[in-house]
Design a protein around this ligand. Structure first.
Ligand SMILES: [Fe+2]
Length: 191
């Protein structure tokens, strides 16, 4: 069983930057709940899980992806704040960090292991992609509408939809980690 302590250890360096203790707890609760619902037993499962089934991830796992996207979105925000004489919009860092950690939490329901132990799309995943299932989990633990937006609208479901700025940053960081791998498969990444 994956416990709240496991989740705290996995994401400690990011969680500790979330100022609002209640928000931090809800992020951990959402992650733990999604692990339970998805039937994941151990942290080793999470470390073995590819972050997407849509392309060859070349060994990048779900945990690494979640951290890279969160830090990427954080870096995008910090860079603008450091360089602009005046920020045209305000970034809510608590929301950004929470949304980064949770943007793909629905993948814990979207994926499962087959009889050979390989990862595949689950029945739940066929019924609802991870932005939808992740939003449902986040709603269940009482996260705010704005955090729900970062999950619901971080992928193609959010194209052209109203978004908080943290969703925009998470989306860009997410595709900054995904697109190069897809391009490698297609032979369009110049190396
Ligand atoms: Fe992602």
């Amino acid at each position: 069983m994956i416990t709240e302590t496991d989740v705290q250890q996995l994401f400690g360096s990011i969680l500790e930057r979330i100022q609002n203790a209640e928000l931090r707890e809800k992020v951990v609760k959402a992650w733990t709940l999604a692990c339970q619902r998805g039937g994941w037993e151990s942290v080793d499962d999470l470390r073995a899980m590819p972050f997407t089934l849509l392309t060859n991830t070349r060994g990048v796992n779900f945990i690494e992806h979640t951290i890279a996207v969160t830090e990427g979105a954080y870096g995008l925000a910090k860079a603008q704040e450091a360089v602009y004489r005046e920020m045209p919009y305000e970034v809510d860092y608590d929301r950004l960090l929470a949304g980064g950690l949770l943007h793909d939490v629905g993948k814990l329901l979207e994926f499962e292991r087959d009889e050979q132990g390989k990862f595949r799309k689950s029945r739940s995943g066929m019924c609802a992609r991870h932005p939808i299932s992740g939003t449902a989990i986040a709603y269940e633990v009482g996260l705010s509408d704005e955090v729900l937006n970062t999950i619901a609208c971080h992928a193609k479901e959010g194209d052209g939809r109203p978004q908080v700025v943290e969703t925009v940053l998470i989306h860009q960081a997410d595709f900054g980690t995904f697109n190069p791998l897809v391009m490698m498969e297609k032979g369009t990444l110049i190396q």
